[in-house]
Design a protein around this ligand. Structure first.
Ligand code: NIG
Ligand code: FE
Length: 402
């Protein structure tokens, strides 16, 4: 196994009592795909037996970033819908009139597998260019058994062909497809029936739903969760984005990995998440792009000790964002997260929102997914926007050519 010694890095280990888990002049020994030793450069073991050495000359080294909520695989775009919203139509009005998610479903169904892959590839690469090494991708624009499976397979293909971990989430319960108009419960039955096949084909790591007035009710969401539980699949939920339906409390009863959006989250929802260990995934891109005015209850989440993650929510309707660094900035400016909270949200807590405990900090035993930045301090990553200081990326110990 190759042993790489990385020396003279400023380390944000995100571990231990120190803010940022800071080590001013740090070193790190990578063995194969795993971190073996992390600490002060001055206290390196006398003979680390490295095959090669990299001197970072004071550059910042952090865990690779985790984008834990995206809808990356889809056809078409919704720039015309953006114009409609600028003229006064609301996101919900457009959805109820058959546009919105349904228009992306039509474009996705019309695109071939290779076309979907070709469209998704530059989106994944744009995120990776900013240090993303783990990416969640949801289905939810196919909305039939075959089209959902196709979208999940495209997501899997991105994970095998790119130096990147892709986690797939089945989101059949995203919107009602036109052929099920007036038969929402029948559609939920269908979504539940598709899950075993998706699982047998190795296409799904978690199950999600859109619990909302323009999505599915709490009772319908529960049926999807029951089907997931029967297969041993973890659940996540788009919850309390536009209204407070109480989806979060349901998700907590199913030990959801995460509840996402959460602008309208109640005190009861926060208590339920805390008790269940569910991560709160905040999505400032959607908040911004839909011009929401209701802020997620960050102070209450913080006081309750609910772990907070951030994600791009990349999708064509509510967040066509392809920058996780921009989300850091927005989470600070809009949601008043501290830069450190925001950064933990795209590393350790993002990983946790995917049920991954082997990444997100710089600690011996963790996966060697690493990002090197041309900044002095990680707070700068949340401070600038429209600027990418990512210089080098390592995935499972291997440097990715840039
Ligand atoms: O996370 N809320 C539902 N799903 C997406 C938006 C999907 C769309 O508008 O295409 C979201 O915001
Ligand atoms: Fe989403």
């Amino acid at each position: 196994m190759t042993r790489t010694l990385i020396r003279h890095a400023r380390l944000a280990t995100l571990q231990g009592p120190e803010a940022w888990g800071w080590i001013e002049d740090g070193a790190l020994l990578v063995e194969g795909d795993t971190l073996r030793w992390v600490g002060d450069d001055a206290s390196l073991p006398p003979d680390p037996q490295a095959d090669r050495e990299i001197d970072l000359q004071g550059a910042l080294l952090t865990p690779g970033l985790v984008d834990c909520h995206t809808h990356l695989v889809y056809g078409g775009h919704r720039a015309a819908e953006f114009e409609l919203r600028l003229q006064g139509a609301s996101y919900e009005q457009i959805a109820r009139a058959g546009g919105g998610i349904r228009s992306t479903v039509a474009a996705t169904r019309a695109a071939g597998d290779d076309e979907l892959y070709r469209l998704a590839l530059p989106r994944a690469r744009a995120l990776m260019a900013e240090g993303v090494t783990t990416l969640e991708i949801k289905s939810g624009y196919g909305l039939s058994e075959a089209h959902e499976a196709r979208c999940l397979a495209v997501a899997r293909r991105l994970g095998t062909e790119l130096p990147l971990t892709v986690r797939t989430t089945s989101l059949g319960a995203h919107a009602l497809p036109p052929e099920f108009e007036g038969r929402t419960d029948d559609y939920i039955d269908a979504v539940c029936r598709w899950l075993p096949g998706q699982q047998a084909a190795g296409l799904v790591d978690a199950v999600d739903a859109f619990c909302e007035g323009i999505g599915f009710s709490v009772a319908q969401t529960q049926r999807v969760f029951d089907a997931a539980r029967a297969l041993g699949l973890p659940v996540k939920l788009h919850a309390e984005q536009l209204s407070d339906l109480g989806g979060t409390a349901l998700a907590a009863r199913y030990q959801a990995l995460s509840c996402d959006h959460l602008e309208h989250l109640s005190a009861e929802g926060i208590a339920a998440m805390k008790a269940a260990g569910t991560v709160a995934v905040l999505l400032p891109g959607a908040y911004y792009f839909l011009r929401e005015t209701k802020l997620p209850p960050v102070t209450a989440l913080r006081e309750a000790g609910v772990p907070i993650a951030l994600a791009s929510d990349h999708n064509p309707g509510s967040s066509p964002a392809l920058s996780l660094l921009l989300m850091l900035n927005m989470a600070c400016t809009f949601f008043r997260l501290t830069p450190e909270e925001a950064f933990r949200g795209v590393t350790v807590n993002g990983a946790r929102a995917l049920g991954l405990h082997d990444r997100g900090t710089l600690v011996p035993g963790q996966r060697a997914d690493l990002a090197v930045w041309d900044v002095d301090h990680p707070r700068e990553l949340a401070y600038r926007f429209g600027h990418n200081p990512c210089r080098r990326v390592f995935v499972a110990g291997v440097e990715i050519p840039r």
